[in-house]
Design a protein around this ligand. Structure first.
Ligand code: CP
Length: 344
């Protein structure tokens, strides 16, 4: 265990695929420990193991949860987080990423970056490339706070929640269903949930209308994960078939391949017309009868209520969305602790 903790100090987290299953399990174990300590003793229960450490957070895109969770995590651990909006930096004037990374490596002990959606005109891969450029130059660990491909800390918090609820993940069916939305959404949470669930041995089904296929490389990686873990991945074009007997259902919109290739600025209006054809792709109260009797409904949030899923679903006894958000706080605290060497 010590060698796992040693090995994570200074390590980037751009996708969970970069971390071994053992490293991810150790992170979840630490998240649970933080949660337990917090429940027993409140903030006093959390050791100030990142005291005088600074996490620099660079946001190219908005956030309701992630920013707040990372800031609270640093407060709990006795350190500080700096919130920096990319638009308020000199980058727009042409400052090189290398120089920004080198400055923040002096001022901080780790860097977080969020870059997705409108910030990259929804063009798939563009944000991840920027993030990797920061990681290339920064000597401090770089944590992906969501780019257009991955949202690793979200996935860690979510698998922690699913495991808390289902106890044993093997042979449990995790259905990720495309949901209608009148807005454009990217792939990071979908990719990340599929990748982590297949590594933890779950039987993943993904349902989407034709034209909304996912990145083939991600699916290939998920297949390889499944071969190693004993899980599986199945792709379907019927959401009811996908959720039948499911133990976990995640209803979430994502954009078409075409939009991810051409960008919102040139394909956005046509994209939303295509979405209109699939308005019935919405998780409804009656759909819950198709699930396993102990099934849970998850969502990374924000959920588009009345579009991706009905209020009766998201507010039902099966919904664990607020527990996910809570676990995401502790998962982020664990990631920050490990990459900044807080346990050493
Ligand atoms: N789940 C999540 O990343 O939420 P925000 O976009 O609000 O940070």
């Amino acid at each position: 265990m010590k060698s796992i903790i040693d090995g994570l100090k200074g390590k980037d987290l751009i996708t969970t695929q970069q971390w071994s299953v053992e490293e991810l399990k150790e992170t979840i174990k630490l998240s649970r420990e933080f949660k337990r300590l917090y429940y027993y003793r409140g903030i006093k229960g959390i050791p100030r193991i990142l005291e005088r450490k600074t996490f620099i957070m660079l946001f190219y895109a908005p956030s309701t949860r992630t920013r707040s969770a990372f800031e609270t995590a640093m407060t709990l651990l006795g350190g500080d987080a700096q919130y920096i909006e990319a638009r308020m930096t000199r980058e727009a004037e042409g400052e090189a990423i290398k120089d920004i990374a080198k400055m923040y490596e002096i001022f901080g002990d780790a860097m977080g970056i969020r870059i997705l959606d409108k910030a990259i005109d929804f063009i798939y891969g563009r944000g991840n490339k920027v993030l990797r450029e920061y990681a290339k130059w920064a000597e401090v660990p770089v944590v992906n706070m969501a780019d257009d491909m991955f949202h690793p800390t979200q996935a860690i918090g979510d698998i922690m929640t699913i495991e808390e609820k289902l106890v044993n993940l093997e042979n449990k069916k995790y259905a990720v269903m495309w949901g209608y939305a009148p807005v454009i959404r990217g792939y990071c949470s979908i990719n990340s949930e599929i990748l982590i669930a297949t590594r933890f041995g779950m039987e993943v089904t993904v349902a989407y209308p034709r034209g909304f296929e996912l990145d083939e490389k991600i699916i290939e990686t998920a297949r390889e994960n499944s071969e190693k873990s004993g899980g599986s991945i199945e792709l379907l074009n019927d959401y009811r078939e996908a959720i039948e007997g499911a133990h976990v259902v995640f209803p979430r919109s994502w954009c078409s391949k075409k939009l991810a290739e051409l960008g919102e600025s040139s394909f956005g209006e046509r994209e939303l017309q295509i979405h209109q054809k699939y308005r019935d792709w919405r998780l409804k109260r009656e759909d819950l009868d198709l699930l396993d009797s102990k099934a849970i409904i998850t969502h990374v949030l924000p959920v588009l209520r009345g579009f991706e899923a009905d209020d009766e679903v998201m507010d039902s006894e099966k919904s664990v969305i607020y527990e996910q958000a809570e676990n995401n706080l502790f998962a982020k605290a664990a990631v920050l602790t490990l990459v900044m060497g807080g346990l050493l």
